[in-house]
Design a binder for this molecule. Structure first.
Ligand code: CTP
Length: 394
């Protein structure tokens, strides 16, 4: 199942390092060629000889690296994946900062392949805001976090932070290597807020962080689609492997979407597009004493409605942030815009938050996904879209 796949297994210094020996064995059993890179502290938990015997390859250590000219460059090339398990809080912090102070972090930094990180640590270290901040950075950088599991820990405490079991990691790996459910599909996603200028220093905007749209775009890339992400201004880094188009205003987003929509099969409109813009944008900063008592507004074009009304529209998915009567308002919006699928979320809980609870409305009814982080929610949404697009069994 992993025949011919080259995998670098990075092992950091935590007690869960003993589980990585089993992980190495399962990867080899599935047919992968495994090269192990251990940090200095990992060797205090498990001997390199164990991994050498299990993989049939010499183990890479900081010491052996100095005998080779550029091991970190060679190790990161031609690989299917770098899998770091266990990843300690310290290693996660170093990866988040882009440090390159040992062979494992150098290899991760110089890689040309996806990186998966399997955290393992005490529950309080896991829950510490510094660790969570670092993990978010890794996610934003397109790195996949596997687990952790919850349960009894080596320190005697119980909670989140246990390393995911080796067979579950291999399962997740095998699932990710299946041809994606959106392979061959071209997906256009909009994300983030729009900014409507009043003058050079003031604007109308909203609280959208862009996280949900970026997560949807990333999940579509993972599912094998060719993805274009049209984004309003956000602080987020573009997910790897897609075509990124940055815009500022609703009219900029409208133009960017219209230019690309004829080449897409699926349009997912996650952006919180401003419904109105100031009728006049002053080229000069408006002075306090010359400020108008009110600002005249003009409506912006509804991008999604426009796309859905094209003669041969792509499969259109809308998002609606509602503050009350979610199903009623959502269904009304879905019908008004003639969408096969609309995703409703509670505006107060979704905007700017790291996680989300999605309610999907389609011709078959309502589908509620439990609250989870935005990337997991996005993966569920992509799976649902793929299911809807499957040709009916005859
Ligand atoms: N949308 C869009 N262009 C706009 C406004 C909205 O493409 N000018 C899209 C959003 O990306 C989202 C969907 O339409 O997918 C729903 O947007 P929302 O603002 O919630 O709905 P409206 O129809 O504008 O209704 P209201 O603001 O009254 O709730």
């Amino acid at each position: 199942m992993l025949a011919g796949k080259q995998i670098v297994l990075g092992v950091a210094g935590g007690i869960a390092a003993y589980k990585s020996a089993e992980l190495a064995r399962l990867l080899v059993k599935a047919g992968a060629a495994v090269q192990v890179v251990m940090t200095r502290s990992a060797t205090r938990f498990v001997g390199p000889l164990t991994f050498q015997a299990l993989t049939g390859n010499p183990v890479w250590l900081d010491e052996t690296a100095s005998e080779d000219a550029m091991p970190h460059i060679r190790l990161g090339r031609g690989q299917e994946l770098i899998l770091v398990a266990p990843a300690t809080a310290d290693l996660i912090a170093r990866l988040a900062q882009g440090r390159a102070d040992d062979l494992l972090t150098q290899t991760c930094l110089a890689r040309e392949c996806p990186l998966w990180v399997v955290p393992a640590m005490n529950r309080q270290m896991w829950q510490n805001p510094a660790t969570q901040r670092n993990l978010q950075q890794l996610r934003d950088d397109g790195i996949r976090i596997v687990g952790p599991a919850e349960g009894e820990q080596a320190c005697g405490e119980t909670g989140p932070g246990r390393m995911t079991e080796p067979q579950d990691i291999v399962q997740e790996l095998l699932a990710a290597m299946q041809p994606g459910v959106l392979a061959g599909q071209r997906v256009l996603v909009t994300a983030g807020p729009t900014i409507e200028r009043i003058d050079p220093v003031r604007a109308l905007t909203n609280f959208s962080s862009g996280r949900m749209g970026y997560a949807v775009a990333q999940a579509a890339v993972e599912a094998g689609a060719e993805v274009t992400l049209v984004s309003g201004p956000t602080c987020l880094q573009a997910p790897a492997g897609l075509d990124m188009v940055r815009v500022e205003s609703a009219s900029g987003m409208f133009a960017a979407v219209m230019e690309r929509v004829k080449d897409c099969d699926i349009f997912i409109s996650v952006a919180a597009v401003a419904d109105f813009r100031p009728a006049v944008t002053s080229p000069e900063k408006i002075k306090k004493d010359a400020a108008p008592a009110s600002i005249a507004l003009l409506p912006n074009a509804d991008i999604l409605a426009h796309v859905a009304a094209l003669p041969a529209p792509p499969f259109c998915v809308g998002f609606a942030a509602e503050t009350s009567r979610l199903v009623e308002h959502g269904e009304a919006k879905r019908r008004a815009k003639r969408l096969p699928l609309l995703v409703v979320n509670q505006a107060q809980q979704a905007l700017g938050s790291p996680d989300n609870e999605l309610l999907l409305l389609d011709d078959r009814g309502e589908h509620l996904f439990a609250r989870t982080d935005k990337l997991s929610a996005a993966r569920q949404l992509i799976a649902h879209i793929a299911q809807m697009l499957k040709p009916p069994v005859t």
